[in-house]
Design a protein around this ligand. Sequence first.
Ligand code: ADP
Ligand code: MG
Length: 395
Amino acid sequence: MSRLPGIDDLEVDGKRVLVRADLNVPLEAGAVVDDFRIRAALATIQVLRERGARVIVASHLGRPKGPDPELSLAPVAVRLQELGGFPVRLAGDVAGIEAKKTVAGMEPGEVVLLENTRFHPGETKNDPELAEALAALADAFVLDAFGSAHRAHASTVGVAELLPSAASPLVQAEVDALRRLLEERRSPYVVVLGGAKVSTKIGVIEALLPRVDAMLIGGAMAFTLLTADGYDVGSSRVEEQMLGEARGVLKGPHGARVMLPDDAVVADRFAADADHKVVPTGDMPEGWMGLDIGPEAAERFAGVIANAETLFWNGPMGVFEWEAFRTGTARIAEAVVECEGMTVVGGGDTAAALKLFGLEDRVTHLSTGGGAGLEFVEGKALPGIEVLERKSDGT
Ligand code: ADP
Ligand code: MG
């Protein structure tokens, strides 16, 4: 496997460096609600400024189909300036005349934020013209948005093809941690999966099951698998179209490695203040829905997690946003941080749950990757990472 080049491999002093960051933050009424991603991107921007670079930052925000004032990066520019304590100028477009003008006047140490990359229709198509226009703005490229590395877009792959390019320290840390899950895993290797849907995680289930010792499944996903196994799960969320694949997993050669919850917290409706009670998953009442794993399942899962040498957790065990259905996720989080093996946790909502419990610093690695992280652990090549490795090979 090729080496992933870092900032140290680039000449940045006095140069214009384009950083593809992930500034896809939640906005409400034109203001940034959570600046976690802006803070994360600051690290790379500061390193480059200290080394004398002129820093040009690019990011997408939401899914606009073209220019959309509601998804302008303007509020992000304001917050980046506040947090960084340096002036940030927002360019009026992605890589057009406005961007060119704004970048032309930059001094070393200055920061320019390009407008939302998805304002340009060529971004998601990896349009060569957009890639060239972006490349023309800078002398070097740094990928900081690991969460976008699984997409071959103009601002991730296209521009990296054209400029001397490197991964930011954040991306290097992500890749190092996730690669250890693939290459240095030690037994018992335990994977804990949960969250909303089987359909978004079936790839991970199928890819990891042959490699793990145990796969513990909670969240809404568990009810689709239980249904496939012949259980009646009442009004729980079940993905009918996934039942065939779920059955395939359970009846497959490694199906015995899957552990499903023995009990569940069921509610009479989907609401924070719903009536709720603990029942065995073999005896779920009609009209009630499972919104968390039960205490017995949580203890059994925690026992398996305690002995893991390698652990990967993605997906909450229940609707942890609501206090009544948080216990299972809290118990698993506690077991994961107590585990002495290597613990890697991924997924936006899983990360939010860990933060809610104040445990985010107590795992080996908290991945920011989301879909990109899942594709990586499935063993798929991420185009945004691959291009950096390929170029460092000189091929
Ligand atoms: P992540 O972002 O960590 O990958 P997902 O997006 O797959 O996780 O799933 C997280 C969501 O799943 C949470 O919003 C949570 O409320 C929901 N969820 C978990 N368990 C259930 C359940 N039993 N029924 C309905 N929703 C659930
Ligand atoms: Mg999610």
